[in-house]
Design a protein. Sequence first.
Lengths: 293, 596
Amino acid sequence: MFDELAIVVIRGIGLGAIFALIAMSMNVVYGATHILNFAQGNMFVLGGFVAVAATPAGQNLSLWLVLVPVAALVLALVVALQGWITLIPLRHSVEQNSWLITTMAVSIMISATLLLVQGPWAATARSPIPPLTMFGVRTPGPYLALMALAIFWFFALRWFLQRTLVGLAVSALSQDLEAARAAGLKVRQLQLLAFAISGLVVGSAGFVAAPLMSISADTGIRYVLNGFVAAVIGGMGSNVGAMVGGALVGVVSMLAIYFVGGEYQGLVSLLLLVGMLLIRPEGLFGQASARRV
Amino acid sequence: MTSTAKLYAAAPTQRRARAKTDTVQLAIACVLIILSGLIPDLAGNDYWTLSFQLVNLFIAVAALQNLLMHDAGQTSFGQGAIFGVSAYCASVVASTYGLPYWQAACCGVLAAVLAGFLYALPSLRVQGYYLGFVTMSAATVFPEMLVAANRYTNGINGITLNFSALHERTALGVSPMTLMVCGIACAVLAAHVLLRRTALGRRLRVAAISPEAAQSLGVSPGLMRCLAFLIVAFGTGIVGTLYTPVVGFISPAAFHIDASILFFLAVIVGGRGHILGTVVGVWVLYLLPNILLAELAQYRLLVYGAVALVVMLLMPDGIVGTFERWRLRRRTSQPLQSVGLERLLEFHRGPGAAGEKPGAVTGNAIDVRAATKRYGSVSALDSVDLTVRNNHIHGLVGANGSGKTTLLNMLSGFSRLDSGSVRVAGQEVRSMPAHRIARLGLGRTFQKPRIFSTMSLWENVEIGIDAAHKHTHPACLLAALRQAMEEGNVELVPHGQRRLVELMRVVLKGSDIILLDEPAAGLSPSEREQFKKLLCRLRDELGKTIVLVEHDLELVWGIADTITVLEAGKMVAHGSAAEIVDNPFVRKLFIEPTHA
């Protein structure tokens, strides 16, 4: 019984690492632009698609390691392009919610392209990392690789946003956009940079997680919604929250899949989300914002 | 001067422009729906008949989402699930339990209303895209739950129900099904237009645009949100019961999250808030890819996404929205609007007036004892006492940050005291929600006037009349005001006059106690003189009690009966204007030019 629980929990943490990575990438973009990139889930799937396209990497560990940053860069470019498209109408229209539509539209287009390219079947990729035994539990390699990647990105983002000048500028956007603009920061360029960084995170995550997910047109939504739940539970904008929220959602999802059934995973996520919003809308590590009357 | 006179002469022909837009769009929409429903049926083409029946059902659901999104301000990405709940419930009840379909339909509508209520609960805590994502999660989970409950729903195999009798063409050449679907779609659009003209519709819109303004008018924003979700769920439920009769078959695949996203995109791409927008949106996003790409079915999804993206980039206000903006820009410019508050006061003069007897009530309007409020280590209010007598003008002055607006927020219920007591009109209101305090007879204006450009000038005032619970106004007064302001465009009202509109709204609400938050800001000196006279008339002729937070000391000393001076959260002087003028704190205020 304990063994089974250990298996489930460790895989849950691995799954949670995926959600944490997606949540962190959403946090970067949200902080700089107050946009929740709905297409992030499909971008994650695209990262996995890169792994499928480069199938020989599934056998060769060193080639696979080299391709992780390549996948990250490819996705960084794609997400930056998407960001540029999303930010265009925000310059000169009254409808400040156009980003909801444009990110959704891009997500739909990516789904459609995947459908066209590989049909309604799901593609899979192989991982070159052998299963490791941790705490007496045999865990497939990708789960551990994802945990390592999540920890890596957590510290990398923390270093970037707090220690480099460019990163501090991006942080400034999240604290007060108008003041940043008044201080002379090139807001638009920094926002595009934020999009690109989120692409790096999500691209590398997708590439590493490829063996675990079914790469098809429908899975993107599931990931972006779970990533959103992780971000909300942890607190929007907080990367610590993203890590904690991701782990929480991952473990609870895995437990639900194990005890109740795979089709209830979505319901469990939804209940977690609603529960957190009813009890503490700002999340575990978020800050409540007040309105001036 | 002659040019202004000519422009004034032109104004009556542009009367009721806003209401007319709605009616015109409704007419066009209904014509399009009816034509698109009847023509394929008359031509005998079964494929297109069915397609347009489905399109018209989608238009109805999207129109309800339009109502929810624009009029009630609630972002929902899950209306497809409510549509599906109703359709599935009706189908399951009809097939499993064998009840006649109209009874099953009632069950379906009930289920939809319950689902709407479940959507309403998170809306009490979160708004905007947070609420959207919650509803989207619910809509994603819905088909999965349908499959999981396959004991009742037959899982992915779906349920088949036979309604061929309704699809047979009658002597008129059209089937009853087409007529029903067209009828429902037109009815939903018409109901939307009608709702906008009722008090409930106006309350929904105020609660959506500005929850504080709604609370100050005695409207609870949470209740309005729930009502909106329930009304829309009810309508969507009715439309949903028609789904299985139209298609003949129902399965979970039909209520994938794509359906909800389609409804949402259709509203925005068509133009949110515009009646014709949903028709245009559904046609562009659903019909066009299906018609143009009938052979290339695999490209439909890509085209649908690309169309949504391109339309949003080129026309962020939606197709109909951009067209309307272009059309309005081409109209001749109108003169600046002036607001006639004097008209209001004239009507209240004389014995046959609205029955408000000045000066009859004794006692204190407002009684504050030892009010304390801290934000962290800063004391916004430190044991402040305040007594406002009935039928007085009470000035509240002090430097910026002295706690005046905090005190006002306490009185109106937008903030809570840490300790102390507040009595308004004799009742303890320390823990009362703001909208209940407003119903006790308290009205307030805000530093930034809450005048809404999405409503006409008359509607901005009308919401005050809607909020008048205990007072009725003479019909001739309302008619006169309406005539003066019907053609008014809020954007043409100069800033100083906007506050007067807000004040008019508060007076028409029947508030006995009026709190004014820096009302003279932005007024020219001559306007300030008129304003002073206006306040005095409100006190003398209408018997109002006025609390005035102001920086213009000359204005305050000119008309206030009693003045309270606050500094750094403490009350440092209190008394009539003549009494406290020698107080050292007050003298400090006067050393600077007459604005504190």
